[in-house]
Write a protein that binds this ligand. Structure first.
Ligand SMILES: [Zn+2]
Length: 72
């Protein structure tokens, strides 16, 4: 039994395995497979967290330099 979920390509209607294919084999259109969706989600969250982390580091460094210059 084939347990691959086949979905029609949004561009040409060719049936594509959603679980494994990133591209339509018929017309080459990029498809969002479930794996890719999850990966994109993790990358987005990771990006946001690292931006917040870097921003906080910058603020702390700025405060530290400000305090240091007060006591010089
Ligand atoms: Zn297609």
């Amino acid at each position: 039994m084939d347990n691959d979920k086949l979905v029609p390509c949004p561009a040409c209607g060719h049936l594509v395995s959603k679980a494994t294919a990133d591209k339509c084999p018929n017309c080459g259109k990029e498809l969002m497979s479930d794996k890719k969706k999850a990966q994109a989600f993790v990358e987005t969250i990771g990006g946001i967290i690292s931006i917040i982390f870097l921003w906080k580091l910058g603020v702390l460094q700025f405060l530290w330099l400000g305090i240091k210059s007060l006591f010089r």
